[in-house]
Write a protein that binds this ligand. Structure first.
Ligand code: ZN
Length: 319
């Protein structure tokens, strides 16, 4: 079931875009061309750094499964990723393991890959590949996603676990290439969980345990109005208020959003009588210039004889 055009069987330089597209079109749907490309560049960058620095650099030989059923292909990819990400153990005949209980081969410090013992600290100093290898969808780098303390935001080494995605925390980490595979594995598993959750068998199982499930379409969730039924009759009142609030400063509708939920917790309507009265006065008391203009017009009307007034009106209408 393994795909034989995989880069490990060929010099990787010969892996062109067409081959990559072909590989991406089969098997695990999430191992798409972008993800494969990222995998490939991670491997290439690791080799380059290794050559430039004479650091012993691993090569992760992951073979994408090409099963016709994308789900089965993904399941096999997941299984393979687990195998490849398993921390290296010492032989059970090794006295270090039997006498000193040191089961894992590379578990000295957070700068060493638990699978291949690659010196990641050295690697970062030369070229921080964790920053250059990104998620194919979000474009977030491995560095951003895994190499900072979630609470303080300070840079902090990623710590591997002895059962890859769970189990005891080890002391070592993953090199960029292994971490990328780890990242893909986490994504694949999340996707698998999502699909399993929709499985009718699991649904039946839940119902049997007394859990009922009501599926709500996403669109209706978005539109859901949080206004209690009793308050709905005030809607027209608020519409009027909003309209008038634009005309006068005497009406303000204030919303106090909850800083945590962003929801509107308190709505206040303020009628300010002083401002109302002031505005009314202003309306009845035009500015001096305007008053002068009005007076002038009034004078004109008084002085003009009736016939002329009509003519003038016709003339101006004709113009
Ligand atoms: Zn590694």
């Amino acid at each position: 079931m393994y795909n034989m055009v995989m880069w490990n069987t060929q010099p990787r330089q010969q892996m062109d875009e067409n081959q990559l597209a072909f590989l991406a079109s089969q098997g695990n749907e999430q191992l798409n061309q972008a993800a494969l490309q990222e995998m490939l560049s991670a491997q290439q960058a690791m080799q380059e750094v290794g050559n430039a620095q004479n650091i012993e650099v691993p090569k992760v030989n992951f073979y994408p499964n090409s099963h016709a059923d994308p789900r089965k292909a993904r399941r096999k990819d997941i299984r393979q990723a687990y195998k490849l990400l398993q921390p290296a153990k010492r032989s059970i005949f090794n006295p270090m393991r039997t006498l000193f209980g040191k089961k894992y081969r590379y578990n000295k410090d957070t700068g060493t890959c638990v699978v291949d013992g690659c010196n990641c600290a050295n690697l970062i100093q030369h070229d921080n590949l964790y920053m250059r290898i990104c998620d194919d969808e979000t474009s977030r780098s491995l560095w951003d996603m895994y190499w900072s303390n979630p609470v303080t935001g300070q840079p902090e080494a990623f710590i591997a676990q002895d059962k890859v995605t769970n189990g005891k925390k080890m002391r070592g980490t993953y090199c960029p290439e292994h971490l990328h595979l780890f990242h893909l594995l986490v994504k694949w598993e999340a996707e698998e969980d999502k699909q399993n959750e929709m499985n009718p068998n699991r649904l039946r199982d839940k119902v049997r345990r007394g859990v009922s499930i009501v599926t709500v379409p996403v669109s209706s969730v978005k539109k859901k109005d949080m206004t209690p039924a009793m308050l709905q009759k005030y809607e027209p009142f608020f519409a009027e208020l909003e309209k008038d609030a634009g005309k006068t400063k005497g009406i303000s509708v204030l919303h106090y959003a909850n800083p945590q939920t962003g929801q509107n917790d308190v709505t206040m309507v303020v009628f300010d009588l002083r401002i109302f009265q002031f505005e009314m006065q202003q309306m009845n008391m035009p500015t001096q210039e305007f008053q002068a203009l009005l007076n002038q017009e009034a004078l004109k009307v008084q002085n003009i004889p009736v016939e002329q007034k009509v003519e003038g009106a016709v003339m101006s209408a004709g113009m």
